[in-house]
Design a protein around this ligand. Structure first.
Ligand code: AHR
Length: 514
């Protein structure tokens, strides 16, 4: 339904109406904070010149960039996957331990660069501490197997008095790292993966690796590899076979997917979070199918440990010269419409937070990342930094099942895309209710009525908006504040409802004290 309204300059503007009903007795789930995780791979400039640059003016005693650490802390990232990605499938973790001058330089075959190994597991643990985050550690099931995985686990988590735990102590790390979450390889179905496997092969090695790892440290949680993305020809069968082998030993199955506006069809692109939703629901169905045939009372949850927009840098990367150290690789420069898509994807993860317990925005610094750096220069925030910042900081608590009434639109490629993507999060500890909402319309504003009957006396804290006239607007080192949020959004409370004005193509964060 379209209403007529006038803007501040008395121009006539069209506004649609939509409604969000929130009921505190109908939660989706308590949100696992690790849904706001991220990812650092030894790839491009993520590690070198990203988190680590000993010659940078802000470098700390270990060579970590403090300007980057500050931005990571702002994002409040609970967990960071490391060290890959495709990188991990050819990685010898021992190369990155001990005196730096003795560490080998290696040809890195996943990304065709030289890996200097100046940063390894010890340094990354220390970086994670300084960034107030935890590590989600991946083991190499490409060129290596269960032996390497148990040795690495012993190095990291065993207190002392054994070969690998004493190796860690000799390297200067007396206390165990106590890493709780471990990924059993990476994208093992992908033909590009070093040591790619069939579902049967991977299922067996993942099962045996999981067994020895849990024998050594039963407190850890394990993630088995799902398909590399929804479009893999083996998708579905892969998950079922892998889980049939590993069900009793693993806790999560992984999902990876990247999105992009390849055809410059923004209306369709803004609807891609519907694909993510379908993907998640399919994997949940497969997990529960295996649960049923195994007659198990255990539920496998989802770790969406690679998700983002990735397509801007594809062509440039094809032209990269091989065997460089830390080249500009996968450096997508995100525009405003990408930020709206990231907002929709975050809301979709929250809508599925009953089963998606962990998720990683891939990645964190320089490589398809919200944070960018100049070598020796500044660190700046991309457009996608902002929805991630807001969701991670204000989206903690209980996700409420969103009952949404709004119009939909269709494009040639996609049917029934709702104009509004939204969810409410209740934080009882802080006594806050936060509504995240994206208006996908490129033409019209939307008055979103938020039914607050369950939240008597709710008071507006603020209404933050990320908007821009130009869907392709970007930030850069020279102009880092081109696309930034403001908090002049208009939300009016009257009685048991609030009406939030969602300007056309905008990301909104409406915060109430309850
Ligand atoms: O995040 C970039 C790459 O995408 C990762 O290395 C790989 O796992 C995925 O294909």
């Amino acid at each position: 339904m379209v209403l007529l309204k006038y803007d501040n300059a008395f121009r006539k503007v069209d506004y649609m109406k939509a409604k969000l009903i929130l009921n505190k007795d109908f939660p989706v789930s308590e949100i696992d904070n690790r849904i706001y995780g991220s990812f650092i791979e030894h790839l491009g400039r993520a590690v070198y010149h990203g988190i680590y640059e000993p010659t940078h003016p802000t470098a700390d005693d270990m060579g970590f960039r403090k300007d980057v650490l500050e931005m990571v802390k702002q994002l409040n990232v609970p967990i960071v996957r490391y060290p890959g990605g495709n990188f991990v499938s050819g990685y010898n973790w021992e190369d990155g331990t001990g005196p730096k001058e003795k560490r080998p330089r290696r040809t890195e075959l996943a990304w065709h660069v030289i890996e200097t190994n100046e940063v390894g597991i010890d340094e990354f643990q220390e970086w994670a501490k300084r960034a107030n985050t935890e590590v989600m550690q991946a083991v190499n099931l490409g060129t290596r197997g269960s032996d390497e995985a148990r040795n690495l686990l012993e190095y990291c988590n065993f207190p002392k008095g054994t070969y690998y735990s004493d190796m860690r102590r000799a390297n200067g790390f007396e206390e165990p790292f106590d890493i709780k979450v471990w990924c059993l390889g990476n994208e093992m179905d992908g033909p590009w993966q070093i040591g790619a496997k069939t579902a049967e092969e991977y299922g067996r090695i993942a099962c045996e690796t999981a067994k020895v790892m849990k024998e050594l440290d039963p407190s850890i949680e394990l993630v088995a590899c799902g398909s590399s993305n929804l479009f893999m020809p083996t998708f579905g069968k892969w998950e079922a076979t892998v889980l049939e082998h590993t069900y009793d030993y693993v806790d999560y199955i992984s999902l990876h997917n990247y999105y992009g506006n390849r055809d410059n069809d923004t209306k369709t692109y803004l609807g891609c979070s519907l694909d993510m939703d379908e993907f998640i629901k399919s994997v949940v169905a497969i997990c529960d199918y295996v649960k049923a045939i195994k007659k198990s009372d255990k539920t496998i949850n989802l770790s969406f440990d690679e998700w983002n927009v990735w397509f801007h840098s594809n062509e440039a990367d094809k032209k990269l010269e091989r065997w460089q150290i830390a080249p500009h690789q996968l450096e997508d420069i995100y525009n405003f419409e990408d930020a709206l898509v990231v907002g929709c994807l975050l809301i979709t993860l929250l809508k599925n937070s009953d089963r998606v317990k962990m998720a990683c925005l891939a990645q964190l610094v320089n490589v398809i990342a919200p944070i960018m750096t100049e070598n020796g220069g500044s660190a700046w925030a991309q457009t996608i930094f902002y929805p991630y910042l807001h969701a991670s900081n204000f989206g903690r608590g209980v996700a409420l099942a969103p009952v949404v009434k709004c119009d939909t639109y269709s494009t040639e490629k996609k049917k029934d895309i709702p104009y509004v993507e939204t969810i409410g999060i209740m934080n009882e500890e802080k006594k806050e209710l936060t509504v995240f909402a994206v208006n996908r319309s490129l033409e019209e504003g939307i008055d979103l009525e938020i039914d607050l009957r369950d939240f008597a006396n709710a008071k507006l804290i603020e209404h933050i908006v990320l908007e821009h006239d130009d869907m392709k607007a970007v930030n850069s080192a020279e102009n880092p504040n081109n696309v930034v949020p403001h908090n002049n959004g208009v939300t009016k409370i009257s009685g048991n409802a609030a009406v939030a004005t969602l300007n056309k193509h905008s990301w909104n964060v409406i915060r109430f004290q309850i």
